[in-house]
Design a protein around this ligand. Structure first.
Ligand SMILES: C[C@@](CO)(OP(=O)(O)O)[C@H](O)COP(=O)(O)OP(=O)(O)OC[C@H]1O[C@@H](n2ccc(N)nc2=O)[C@H](O)[C@@H]1O
Ligand SMILES: Nc1ncnc2c1ncn2[C@@H]1O[C@H](COP(=O)(O)OP(=O)(O)O)[C@@H](O)[C@H]1O
Length: 297
């Protein structure tokens, strides 16, 4: 018997970053929006714990116990006092190391898949706690939809979304390390007072209204200057999408994937075509949001 879970990528429509904490993490006001690009995680009973991966970026995914899906299986098995011996197969469609939480998605997907396979009956709140131990973004991958993440991003409050948003995502040549981008954020702010991270009420209203122009007017990512400092060529991609009519252009989370919010589906197709023609990125995808969280299929 196998269990397969489908789990979405995310974009951060607001990423407000505070000063580094004593534990090295940064307090955030992180508005997550799940987008319809998905990985599928399948777990099957096996003689030992092993991970396989297929997809265009599969070669970049670690297959040892550092893989977030393996870590999720180990964490749930330890909690339930049982063997973690499963074959985890990841069908990967979410860009790797792209600021779209692909690893977090696989962690949340494997957790739900193992919970279902092993029938552990772990309450949802406890699954969320395990997710938070795996990584700051992992709880959101489990819940999907839209949410405000506070603390280091792991404490979630569900948000209303009043319509469908149309996105274009441009994958960059290469990846960016999340800790390196936060370190660059610290370096760029040396000697300056960093304000408390705050969510914008206008942004929450825009999400709730479903109006893309209103969302575009308030969207923002405090990590963008750090990502651009480490990866200056992203500025060309942002400019190409803006010229092609995107309502907003921003780095997705810690990058280097760039995200373009558009008026509607035809506009998304036009922006995607212009980005492909610009030669300023490796691959271009369109997707809508919100998307459901981890779901057994
Ligand atoms: C930036 C964001 C935005 O949603 O995602 P990505 O764009 O990378 O996907 C997140 O904050 C990434 O979350 P996640 O990738 O789960 O990070 P974690 O594994 O918890 O932490 C990795 C490292 O990132 C830094 N980190 C992470 C979260 C946070 N609030 N402050 C930090 O300083 C720390 O250096 C930490 O050691
Ligand atoms: N299941 C996984 N899929 C992708 N990357 C993973 C996975 N597990 C661990 N990683 C590691 O996490 C790093 C960040 O990958 P990813 O989660 O895709 O990006 P981001 O944190 O930018 O959203 C990768 O470079 C890889 O070393």
């Amino acid at each position: 018997m196998s269990v397969t879970v489908r789990v979405p990528a995310k974009v951060n429509v607001q990423l407000s970053v505070g000063a580094a904490r004593p534990d090295g993490f940064h307090d955030l006001a992180n508005v997550f929006l799940a987008v319809g690009l998905h990985d599928e995680v399948t777990v099957t009973p096996a003689d030992s714990l092993r991970v396989t991966c297929e997809g265009p970026d599969a070669a970049e995914v670690p297959l040892d116990r550092t893989n977030l899906a393996a870590r999720a299986a180990l964490a749930l098995a330890a909690r339930d006092g049982r063997s973690p011996d499963v074959h985890i197969h990841i069908a990967k469609d979410i860009p790797v190391a792209g600021g779209m939480a692909g690893g977090s998605a696989d962690g949340a997907g494997a957790l739900l898949a193992c919970d279902t396979l092993w029938q552990t009956g772990t309450p949802h709140d406890e699954l969320l706690e395990i997710c938070a131990e795996l990584g700051s973004d992992v709880p959101f991958s489990l819940t999907g939809g839209a949410a405000l993440g506070t603390g280091r991003g792991e404490r979630l409050t569900r948000l209303d979304v009043g319509g469908v948003f149309h996105w274009v995502f441009a994958q960059a040549e290469g990846g960016l390390s999340t800790p390196a981008v936060y370190r660059e954020f610290d370096r760029l702010h040396e000697g300056h007072r960093i304000p408390e991270p705050l969510v914008s009420p206008l942004l929450l209203d825009a999400l709730a209204s479903g109006d893309p122009a209103a969302l575009a007017a308030t969207i923002g990512n405090d990590l963008q200057p750090a990502a651009l400092s480490l990866f200056p060529a992203l500025a060309d991609t942002l400019e190409a999408g803006t010229k092609a009519g995107a309502l907003a252009a921003l780095v997705s989370g810690s990058g280097p994937t760039t995200a373009f919010l558009t008026e509607d589906e035809p506009s998304a197709v036009a922006v995607a075509e212009a980005l492909t023609a610009s030669g300023s990125c490796r691959a271009v995808r369109t997707a809508t949001s919100p998307a459901a969280g981890a779901t057994v299929i």
